[in-house]
Design a protein around this ligand. Structure first.
Ligand SMILES: Nc1ncnc2c1ncn2[C@@H]1O[C@H](COP(=O)(O)OP(=O)(O)OP(=O)(O)O)[C@@H](O)[C@H]1O
Ligand SMILES: [Mg+2]
Length: 267
């Protein structure tokens, strides 16, 4: 393993159902380097979300290993995961279900700062400053802090989720279909915002999407999943221009051309 691997995932198996007959992941191995922007693609049910849940220690593998910065996280108790919780943040598909409707935006965004790991280094003043800084970073006004999620549009709610993810100054951002629940008209804006933030903050990005055009735009490398296995992985250039697997070729053939232009025009 190279010195700069953030994640090293080895031979992951995750089964569900009686007798473990559903193999959501089977023999999955991959590495993520610091600063890498990895796209994970594949048809519905191929195991993308299962994989990132294991990488975020939101679930445990049936067998196999997930190392984060050299430390095994598979099977660790929550109380021993502080080092991971501070460094790895997630953005999910639907901000309506991922944001607590009874909390103000300010409490939502600063919630990750209350974890023991981060709290030690941040007093109330710092927290207020961090809140203003991340709201500004996602182009929300400072007075958003006192309002509630339902007062915002879908795109704005996803900006709130992104602000929350950025608040603890993570190294790794994991996003699972972060724009697919949004109105088509705001998807490109939110994606471009995400791309800018990843660039400006030097984040390592793990980005799950059905949308290969978006992955091509945002990621430098790609894992193609099918039925719980990695069908193909490589640089974005290699996978998109010289796919090795027929399955990848068929996924690529399904990209609607016009979407590439939508995402690329920076609007
Ligand atoms: N908690 C669970 N209980 C039972 N089966 C599960 C569970 N989570 C995932 N699965 C199964 O594991 C397989 C992989 O699911 P997963 O959600 O990882 O796919 P995905 O690639 O994220 O799909 P999508 O693109 O639709 O989000 C599917 O067959 C799914 O039904
Ligand atoms: Mg999924």
């Amino acid at each position: 393993m190279s010195g700069d691997a953030v994640y090293e995932v080895t031979d992951l198996l995750r089964t569900f159902g009686r007798g473990g007959h559903v193999r959501a992941l089977d023999g999955v191995s991959l590495q993520v380097e610091r600063g890498q922007r990895l796209g994970i693609v594949g048809e519905s049910g191929s195991g993308k979300s299962t994989l990132i849940r294991l990488m975020a220690a939101l679930d445990r593998p049936s067998s196999g290993s997930v190392r984060f910065e050299g430390r095994e996280i598979a099977g660790l108790h929550e109380r021993d995961l502080g080092f991971l919780r501070a460094s790895v943040q997630l953005v999910f598909q639907d901000p309506r279900s991922s944001l607590n409707p009874r909390m103000t935006v300010g409490s939502i965004v600063t919630e990750p700062l209350r974890s023991r790991r981060v709290r030690r280094s941040l007093d109330d003043v710092d927290r207020g400053q961090r809140l203003r800084e991340v709201l500004d970073a996602v182009d929300l006004p400072p007075d958003a802090a006192g309002r509630y999620p339902h007062e915002f549009s879908g795109g704005q709610r996803q900006r709130i989720a992104i602000a929350r993810a950025l608040a603890p100054d993570p190294e790794v951002l994991i996003a699972d279909e972060p724009v697919s629940a949004l109105d088509v008209s705001v998807r490109a804006q939110v994606l471009n915002l995400l791309a800018d933030l990843v660039e400006a903050r030097g984040l390592t990005l793990i980005f799950v999407s059905h949308d290969l055009a978006v992955v091509r735009h945002l990621c430098d490398s790609v894992v193609v999943m099918r039925a719980g296995r990695i069908e193909e992985q490589g640089s974005t250039e290699q996978v998109f221009n010289h796919p090795r697997a027929d399955y990848t070729t068929s996924l690529l053939a399904a990209i609607p051309r016009i979407r590439v232009a939508d995402v690329g025009d920076g609007s």
